[in-house]
Design a protein around this ligand. Structure first.
Ligand code: C5P
Length: 222
């Protein structure tokens, strides 16, 4: 779409490294960065704080519309409180993939996500950035890694935060989230044919960032 603010959509499963890669690509290009998973996590925390049953789609969608959120220098704020740590807890992570399966919640968050599209460009990471939220993205990437590699990365992250976790539980949790995210009827996580496939199992972050930048330069109209 000529004239529109360019978007690079990076979709993929959790712990694939897409968040790190997307943020680095955004920095290299001077683009804004949207961590759409954070919006789903914030909506889930809001729902938990309102003690909503995770099955009440309408109430969840209302919470997603009404919550007051802010992204400030890498921290996340909900209703005036810094919740950067809270939204990353395993409890919120597990509940988020249930809340995100609701079509009403997804609809409620659509406008908020599209508001991130500002000149000179946007790098958006999630599950449905290229398929639903920004179907006219200039570049779509499906970024993944093999389950043992992703489990290793998640395990390392948790240990660094001082949170002990058994490797077998980490693997099981990733598998369950993958299944929920890829089998839901609305906006499932999927490698769509128009997205370029990037397996980062054997790549460093620098190599993955370099590949996305190279693809973007090839795709950008001159
Ligand atoms: O990317 P992250 O792991 O933070 O996402 C948390 C959860 O939010 C995912 O497991 C998924 O269920 C949901 N999500 C989604 N669509 C997006 C981004 C995240 O359904 N675009």
């Amino acid at each position: 779409m000529s004239g529109a603010v360019p978007v690079i959509a990076i979709d993929g499963p959790s712990a694939s490294g897409k968040g790190t890669v997307a943020a680095r690509v955004a920095r290299a290009l001077g683009f804004r960065y949207l961590d759409s998973g954070a919006l789903y996590r914030l909506a889930t925390l809001e729902a938990m704080r309102r003690r909503l049953p995770l099955t009440d789609a309408e109430a969840l969608a209302r919470a997603a519309r009404e919550m007051e959120i802010a992204f400030r220098d890498g921290s996340l704020w909900l209703d005036g409180e810094d919740v950067t740590e809270a939204v990353r807890s395993e409890e919120v992570s597990a509940a988020t993939s249930r809340v995100a399966a609701s079509a009403a919640v997804r609809e409620a968050l659509l406008g908020r996500q599209r508001q991130f599209r500002e000149a000179p460009g946007l790098v958006a990471d999630g599950r449905d950035m290229g398929s639903v939220v920004f179907p006219d993205a200039a570049l779509k990437v499906f970024l993944t890694a093999e389950v043992p590699v992703r489990a290793e990365r998640r395990h390392k992250q948790l240990m660094e935060k001082g949170m002990y976790a058994k490797m077998s539980d980490v693997v099981e949790d990733l598998r369950q989230r993958d299944t929920r995210d890829s089998t839901r009827p609305v906006a499932p996580l999927k490698h769509y044919p128009d997205a370029l496939f990037l397996d980062t199992s054997a790549l460093s972050i620098d190599q993955a960032v370099g590949q996305v930048l190279a693809w973007y330069r090839e795709s950008a109209p001159r």
